[in-house]
Design a protein around this ligand. Sequence first.
Ligand code: HEM
Length: 155
Amino acid sequence: MLASASALRRGLIAGLFAACVCGAPLALSMVSAPSKSAAEDSIEAAMGVLKKNARALKPLLQEKDKAAEALPLVVEMETALMSAKGVTPDLVNEIQDAKKKAEETLAYRRMMIEMLGETLKLEDALLEGKMEKAREHYEKLGKMQKPGHDRFKGD
Ligand code: HEM
């Protein structure tokens, strides 16, 4: 009788624990319903890294002995672009026409690949200590922002 009461108590505690662990993410997802898609969130996160690191890079690229300091910032940008290039922006997902949607999906991906390419070239220039070349790739990267945003970024 005693044993079965404690077994019952153990079962109750285990049940409560399971309810808390499994229920918490469910409850959280209900209160924090995202206003944007998860895809858009990952683009937003990547873009945040681009902006922050590009700002930090600018003064470093003016100095000839700052390549080592600049390198991790560039590598972080590459990683951010890798994670964002495979997702589709909401603006593209909302297109009804299938052909147009496919075209825009492709165009977004290719533009992200181009950006990634520039960051890789920037990394290569830094590894060689060629700061002028690094600045050229940095400039090219910056020039992609406006066309990218005009085409793929919502308000
Ligand atoms: C160096 C170049 C770029 C920089 C520094 C940059 C930076 C940013 C920033 C700061 C945001 C706002 C994020 C926020 O809402 O908090 C943003 C959003 C966005 N960018 Fe860029 N961007 C660049 C290039 C591009 C390119 C080339 C594309 C397209 C291929 C692109 C696509 C987008 C999209 C789709 C959003 C909207 C994401 C959202 O919902 O917030 N960006 N970007």
